[in-house]
Design a protein around this ligand. Structure first.
Ligand SMILES: [Fe+2]
Length: 229
């Protein structure tokens, strides 16, 4: 009897020690920044089917642009912020305050979240409400604004974006940005951005960026875009 008791006690002791060791090992793993998987930043859900923007943007381009390029920016950002001061920041703060690889990926996550939510199947013809009024007041007409915006987008050298933005007083401006640039870094609010990276149009338009920009107006969701003004 004494022998059985002693065997049982030894068993309990071994189990307790094993359990403590394992628990410490798990804690150490979780505390190591390299082992953390931060899924804080996410790409926006696509508010339409991947073929909904055809023929302006093909299903194949949406699948690659949203499914691969945008996903890569999100995955990169989530890895890069681990162990940095941006780990618990919101996306806009990261874009405003970071530089280097973190800025490039954060900027592109913000840019593409805005971009992919600016469209809908069939589009809507003109900007509404206060935004429509402001465009007419500043540019003379919607058509004149479109011409200026298209010309700015066509003349971005290399990869980048063209943005319609507003300042604190509601004054509009057209902003050309390189690479991952967003007017938010100048204290402006982005309203509408056209992606002029080749990945956004090359499969459908090859080198004809200007033609692509002209076509994009056919799929703008002005309800969403006007609400950003
Ligand atoms: Fe893009």
């Amino acid at each position: 009897m004494k022998k059985i008791h002693s065997i049982l006690l030894t068993g309990v002791l071994v189990l307790t020690l094993f359990s403590c060791h394992n628990s410490n090992a798990n804690n150490n793993e979780n505390n190591n920044p390299k082992n953390k998987v931060n899924m804080k930043f996410e790409k926006v859900a696509l508010p339409y089917a991947t073929d909904a923007l055809e023929p302006v943007i093909s299903k194949q381009t949406v699948e690659l642009h949203y499914g691969k390029h945008h996903q890569a920016y999100v995955d990169n950002l989530n890895k890069l912020v681990v162990g940095t001061k941006f780990e618990n920041s919101d996306l806009e703060t990261v874009v405003k305050e970071s530089d280097g690889a973190i800025f490039n990926n954060a900027g592109q996550v913000l840019n593409h979240n805005l971009y992919f939510t600016s469209f809908k199947q069939g589009g809507s013809s003109v900007p509404k409400g206060a935004l429509g009024d402001a465009i007419n007041a500043q540019y003379g007409s919607f058509e004149k604004f479109q011409e200026e915006f298209n010309a700015a987008g066509a003349s971005v050298f290399g990869s980048g974006w063209v943005w319609l933005a507003k300042d604190g007083s509601g004054k509009l401006s057209i902003e050309k940005e390189s690479n991952a640039g967003n007017p938010i870094t100048k204290g402006l609010t982005p309203i509408l951005g056209f992606d002029v990276w080749e990945h956004s149009y090359y499969l459908d338009y090859q080198n004809r960026r200007a033609d692509h920009l002209k076509e994009l107006w056919k799929i703008i969701d002005w309800d969403v875009v006007s609400a950003r003004y």
